[in-house]
Ligand binder design. Structure first.
Ligand SMILES: C[S@@+](CC[C@H](N)C(=O)[O-])C[C@H]1O[C@@H](n2cnc3c(N)ncnc32)[C@H](O)[C@@H]1O
Length: 212
């Protein structure tokens, strides 16, 4: 097992790949690997306490940082490779601009309806989803498996679907790991049962991306 440590990141070989913990931009700037698929779920500039990141930065500084990350990932990505870039719905405009200006081609703007209570919004509709922009290097993905799923039939549908349907760009069957009881079995906890990483995302989101 090879283990490498720097000031702002450390890496070790694990079964099937390299696990890097630390500042992603610092690593991306100093390393070259061929990338085929990226799932980017960055800090959201919400004042959280992160070891490698000031999550209270001014908006322009924050988006410049993300633009550099996304641009470097693009450089490293092989033709036809893909990125899934997740963010808050209110930042959809920034996400799409960042992808466009760094060379990516948008394929889908996926709506992840989180199956949790919506967050009230004083000036409009309550917020119930997050976005995941799926984009490729070049006009189309080198690989895309059009998976079929068999969602439960809605009452207005008369006949069952023989072969299910292709997965759509609305993902509404994956529950966010919220606080407390509803975070369920998947949430990583300490011995007292407290969440260790409150921003942990459901693995099913990654499987939806990787298996497609
Ligand atoms: C919105 S959360 C996403 C969580 C992730 N999907 C998971 O399930 O672990 C943002 C994540 O970015 C990580 N992070 C913060 N600053 C970072 C940096 N400079 N480079 C890489 N990751 C960073 C945080 O530790 C946190 O896990």
């Amino acid at each position: 097992m090879v283990s490498v440590s720097r000031d702002r990141w450390e890496a070790e070989n694990v079964e099937g790949g390299l696990l890097v913990c630390g500042d992603c931009l610092e690593w991306l700037r100093n390393n070259s690997v061929e990338v085929h698929l990226t799932f980017l779920d960055p800090p959201f500039r919400q004042g959280k306490d992160y070891r490698y990141f000031d999550d209270n930065q001014p908006e322009d500084v924050y988006w410049n940082w993300l633009e550099e990350v996304v641009a470097r990932v693009y450089e490293l990505t092989a033709g036809g490779g893909a990125i899934y870039f997740m963010h808050r719905e209110k930042n959809a405009e920034h996400v799409l601009r960042t992808l466009r200006e760094t060379g990516w081609t948008l394929q889908n703007l996926i709506v992840w309806k989180k199956r949790t209570s919506a967050v009230p919004y004083a000036h409009g509709f309550s917020k119930a989803y997050q976005i995941i922009a799926f984009a490729t290097k070049g006009k189309k993905p080198r690989v895309f498996n059009r998976l079929r799923v068999d969602y439960p039939l809605l009452p207005e549908y008369k006949y069952p679907r023989e072969n299910g349907i292709f997965v759509t760009d609305v993902w509404d069957d994956i529950r966010e790991l919220t606080s407390g009881y509803f975070a369920g079995e998947e949430a990583i906890r300490d011995e007292k049962g407290n969440r260790v990483h409150t921003q942990q995302s459901p693995v099913a989101l990654l499987l939806g991306s990787v298996e497609s």
